[in-house]
Design a protein around this ligand. Structure first.
Ligand SMILES: Nc1ncnc2c1ncn2[C@@H]1O[C@H](COP(=O)(O)OP(=O)(O)OP(=O)(O)O)[C@@H](O)[C@H]1O
Ligand SMILES: [Mg+2]
Length: 507
């Protein structure tokens, strides 16, 4: 067990860390913080939800000179929502030191952003497209930057972003420290990365598998036409606290959202064609539990840390294994349990095997639940509601009517009728989605070579461990890692080839 105290943090940062409820450092923090504080370039790889943000955030904040009102650190993240989230976490870490952090991303007012950047916040957390805009307009001063971080580094160095990243890094003083973090790091991207860094130290936590062990991983083999009914049945049976359903395209997300609402689920979608205001409001609603289901493209696959997400459904199987790792990693975070179910059409079985091979995980088969099973799930919700009402003890006004009913009918029938009324009957609402062609491994490989499949979601319209169970406590403000963990990835994996999504502006 490593406490933050023993990592040699300054008083103010230590105070922030404790205030955030972190009691001990996670393994990736324990290993990378000392290196980074020593000034080394670091590539850090550890499973989703294991605290990589603080792993780069803490040394970065430590290095900031708070008396110097200049931009000294920069973090680049692939999506706007992630940039916002990272900025919030850094703000918390720097709260007692008095470090100013500004998120900078597209879809927001440029004029205002320029004014804010003029004030030289000490740390800027940005998406690449918008940041490059500022670099070209010379509306950001990069000359005092001593630390640059690429969060989701493999994604940032992938085809869609690499040119922007190169251009940005070239504009930052060369004697900078560079930190790269991600849960995944394909070999060829690691090679590209090391060329941009100075003798980087790679910290790759050893674990049997790339995904978090606490996430139960299942697949269900189902025909395209049956997917939607299967999804709503599973939602009825699993009764997630919060669920994320990933679809492959924006259209898919829209159709799924409409379909789920038609069947009585509170669902909203998030993808790159929505205005930034809408994206933020959907995410906020989801975080506070006003939505049960968030339907999303891969725009929500990386980095987002939303507590209460108990289930992830890959309605469409992701186009590459890395995306699978990140998507399912939206659950099972910070030591909590999670569940993931991937829908595989019969022609996508090879893609599933590739995911299993790459991640070192066995994904268990689950049979398609029957409508009876789903109905039982719905009934369970109705029973819960009834019990809640019983326990609320506020039923006096109904006693007279209840007595009359019991005199006329037997009590079991009366309760059954009440349950029937409370049960959401979903199966009668037909929902038809536009079908998508299956993903094949061959197709995915071809896509890799299609340069025009560039993803730059920041620029587009409108958006542009594992471990011993129970080892992690998160009571109120107290979060701690304990017990045996071995987070991170198994090393030396060689996939033999890599894939590139051809999602273009599908997100
Ligand atoms: N030492 C710690 N003790 C307890 N909780 C922590 C600790 N460090 C981070 N956390 C919390 O764990 C959660 C996950 O952290 P974070 O988002 O940094 O994970 P990540 O490794 O970046 O995941 P991803 O790969 O999905 O981006 C956050 O809510 C964070 O506040
Ligand atoms: Mg992260």
């Amino acid at each position: 067990m490593t406490t933050f105290n023993s990592l040699g943090l300054s008083k103010s940062v230590l105070k922030s860390v404790l205030q955030m409820g972190f009691e001990e450092a996670t393994p990736i923090q324990e290993q990378t913080i000392p290196l980074a504080m020593d000034g080394r370039d670091v590539i850090g790889q550890a499973q989703t939800g294991t605290g990589k943000t603080a792993a780069f955030g803490i040394p970065m904040i430590e290095k900031i000179n708070q008396d110097m009102k200049k931009t000294q650190g920069i973090v680049i993240a692939p999506t706007r929502e992630l940039a916002m989230q990272v900025a919030t976490e850094l703000n918390k870490l720097g709260q007692y030191k008095g470090v100013r952090v500004l998120p900078v991303y597209g879809g927001t007012d440029m004029g205002r952003q320029i004014r804010e950047l003029k004030n030289q916040p000490q740390i800027v957390v940005a998406t690449p497209g918008r940041l490059l805009d500022h670099v070209r307009r010379k509306t950001i001063n990069l000359s005092n930057i001593h630390t640059a971080v690429l969060d989701e580094a493999d994604e940032m160095l992938n085809m869609g972003f690499i040119d922007d990243i190169k251009a940005i890094l070239n504009a930052i003083p060369e004697q900078r420290q560079t930190l790269l973090f991600s849960a995944t790091m394909p070999k060829e991207i690691h090679e590209i990365a090391t060329k941009m860094m100075k003798k980087p130290e790679t910290v790759k936590l050893k674990a049997k598998q790339m995904t978090v062990e606490r996430i139960d991983q299942y697949f269900v083999e189902v025909n395209e036409a049956k997917k939607f009914d299967t999804l709503t049945r599973l939602l009825d049976i699993h009764m997630p606290e919060l669920a994320i359903v990933f679809g492959r395209t924006k259209r898919r997300v829209d159709e799924l959202t409409d379909g789920l609402n038609a069947r009585g689920f509170r669902a909203e979608g998030i993808h790159g064609d929505l205005t930034q205001g809408k994206r933020m409001s959907v995410l906020k609603k989801f975080k506070r539990g006003a939505l049960e289901v968030l339907v999303a493209t891969d725009v929500a696959a990386r980095g987002l840390d939303i507590s209460g997400v108990t289930h992830v459904y890959n309605f469409d199987i992701p186009q590459d294994p890395e995306s699978y790792v990140h998507r399912i990693g939206r659950t099972g975070r910070a030591g909590k349990d999670g569940h993931a179910v991937s829908f595989i059409t019969p022609r996508e079985v090879a893609q599933l095997h590739l995911i299993e091979k790459t991640t070192g995980t066995k994904v268990k088969r689950m049979s398609i639940p029957s409508s009876d099973e789903a109905h039982k799930g719905q009934q369970k919700v109705a029973v819960d509601k009834l019990v809640q009402s019983l326990e609320s003890n506020n039923l006096d006004a109904y006693h007279a009517q209840a007595n009359e009913l019991i005199e006329q009918y037997d009590s079991v029938s009366v309760v059954a009728a009440a349950l029937k009324m409370l049960t959401k009957e979903r199966k009668d609402v037909p929902v038809k989605l536009t079908s998508l062609s299956p993903i094949s491994v061959k197709q995915a490989v071809r896509d890799k070579h299609k340069k025009n499949g560039k993803r730059q979601y920041d620029r587009r319209k409108g958006n542009n461990g594992n471990g011993g169970k129970g080892g992690y406590n998160r009571n109120n403000k107290s979060k701690s890692y304990a017990g045996k963990r071995g987070q991170g990835q198994s090393s030396g994996r060689n996939r033999g080839y890599s894939q590139k999504r051809n999602q273009g502006n599908n997100q």
